[in-house]
Design a protein around this ligand. Sequence first.
Ligand SMILES: *Cc1c(COP(=O)(O)O)cnc(C)c1O
Length: 415
Amino acid sequence: MNFPMPTLRVTAHGLALEDVPLTTIAATYGTPCYVYSRTAIEEAFERYRTALPPERAEICYAVKANGNLSILRLLAARGAGFDIVSRGELERVLAAGGEAKRVVFSGVAKGAAEIRRALEVGIGVFNVESAAELTRIAHIAREMGRRAPVALRINPDVDPKTHPYISTGLKRNKFGIPVAEALALYRQAKSMPELELVGIACHIGSQLLDPSPLLEAAERVKDAVEQLERNGIALRHIDLGGGLGIRYRDETPPDIPAVLRALAERFADRPERLMFEPGRSLVGNAGLLLTRVEYLKHGEEQDFALVDAGMNDLMRPALYDAWHEIVPVVPRSGPVRRYDVVGPVCESSDFLGRGRELALEAGDLLAVLSAGAYGMAMSSNYNARPRPAEVLVEGATHRLIRAREPLEALWALEQ
Ligand SMILES: *Cc1c(COP(=O)(O)O)cnc(C)c1O
């Protein structure tokens, strides 16, 4: 079988991530459990890092895809900057030893306390999404006697051809500033002494499989940069966002170095440094969710595999009807049936996969593949379910990078 995860292997003892059998992980840490491959994350990062010379491009990992400190730490050690969307993510980056100067603060509704904290620690740039936010940042910077580094996130109005919930670069989306309004706002920003204009940004959506909308957005950004230059506004960097897609099923993901080089080509005559904000394409195919079959239920119309992971652990299928490959850890012979693989949560949207052809018995382990991005990050405690443990493997070693949530933690803040 040709798995969508580069470091997942078939062995005599069943599936292994790198050299660690998934049966060992289940026996050591229990299920459900997220398991990540350090090698897969580092290789994905290296594809970005080596695509262009470092003086030409900077890679800022989008923390929201998976903010585990151990993952942030290993990316920081390889030279990653970070794209954040909240104070919580900022504190995670700092706790992991990330450099404040290499932090990009994205997000449409930054709160005053978040802006204050980001200024206090000295982040690299605020990607500003509205005139009102620009005014707020300037006001807070003045109060603090600081200068705030800002870039405007423009909305290039291109269709990224992805799921509507993860599409961000169309006029009807809440993100960014319309190109037509950007020049006036840059002029306004330039007149404010507490702001330092450092860049321009865009991000059009996620799980992009076709790179042409990215190239189209890049053209719009370039037009804007040239217009700004004619108006006496010089910038230091051009941030092209993240969004490159990965293989979940049989998609052909974009070739990362080729896309970065094609984008850089468009800016060959520009001196500004480029920036990228990948999330999913760094960690998505590096992780899986390990779960155990509790029961099989053979209904009149549908066979169900009832497993110990639910929509609270991995929300993507319920939220976007997303498809994750589901494979038995130790394959068995026996009758194959078409199962809906469903969790214990009391919702009919609680499924991990539907209509999967599997030979199963109660107690079997299943691996839900390509769950490294927006898996644990989107998990919740719905139904008073503690969130899963997270484990990092490297070669033949494995270690816990987040303990399974103790039940008491669920009500620790309650009266
Ligand atoms: C979510 C997000 C990213 C990362 O997107 P991926 O699809 O995970 O690469 C980058 N930049 C911004 C502004 C985002 O909101």
